[in-house]
Design a protein around this ligand. Sequence first.
Ligand code: ARG
Length: 397
Amino acid sequence: MVDSQDAPPINNLFSEAKAFIACMEADSIANRMLDAEGGSEVRLNAIAQEIERSGTYTHTPKELQFGARLAWRNSNRCIGRHLWRSLEVRDFRDAHAATNPTDAVNGALQSHLNDAFNAGRIKSIISVFAPRRPDGSDALRMANHQLTRYAGFRMADDTVLGDPHSVELTDQCIEYGWSPAHRTQFTPLPWQFIIEGERTPIMDVFEEQPDLFQEVHLTHPDIPEFRSLNLKWYAVPLLSDMAMKIGGIVYPFAPFNGFYMGTEIGARNLSDKDRYNALPAVAKVMGMDTSSNRSLWLDRALVELNRAVLYSFDLAGITIGDHHTLGEQFEAFCQAESRKNREVKGDWSWLVPPMSGSLTPQFHRSYDNEVVRHTNFFYQEPNAPKKNKASGCPFHL
Ligand code: ARG
């Protein structure tokens, strides 16, 4: 059996383009955009000719807009997808060709971060940069996992100061000349671009503009001592290392953001043992006996930490979702889609939140985890892509 992924690349590109255009046609709003440009048949002919001539094809602005939104809708692991139509799509496909590409990209990303924060009313935005070329090369990538993230400094005694998730990137930044003014539990990482496969000098944007790095100090509605833990997190999750694919065209650098669901911070980033591991300290300020598992002290600390996250974001006037509300909204979205005969695909192990799973609708049902390959977000190898390296994982390119 020959799978479509094994087909010659150009045929595969055209068949993925066709699958994407078919999705546009099937969507009443997007179909109007297609019609305005002559309809799907005309468009597919033009695409076929362009592929024949150049090995690739160029999305129209409307295709880019609908495609990025569809890529979000197709992301099996995301519980916020009911908002897919609200995504603001910014077209920076030419930014790398500016006289000074670093400045152009830097400016685009700073505006993205600032506009996404939007004084606390977080707006979902994606900035789309140059597509991968037919020879597999990328004009522009970034070394960072997210635009805002805390460094993880490896200490002499093998412990980590900061976020252990960032240790490798932090080492790399230091190797490329970063000398942080302070090393703390929460030091913002600088940025580094990779232009035509070459790393650019480190840019410590947040040292220069601290206001761009919006964060929330955690306090608790009825445990005053909670404040003394000095915990905080940043406001905008803005992923910068995933590839977006639309109708077979890969955009290796297309940073995007949504808003946080509280559990991402409270039940993972701050509480995972191999991240900030804050639960023992939370239990301590709550005065709990931590000597036995049977008291469920870990679970109780987890709940109070998550209350503090939601409470503090609310107090700061910064958008955040809770797993009950987002869980209900996602289920309502699935039901509405299903009534239109569009079964929402999903990854159960990601859609069920990392605490109180059985309190959400997601826990009590199953999802088809088939990954739509033609238009989606994917993990990718850092830096330049290696040829012929298939991992077999459907969430990887
Ligand atoms: N889980 C990641 C983090 O904690 C962010 C992933 C994207 N999340 C989102 N709400 N859009 O930083």
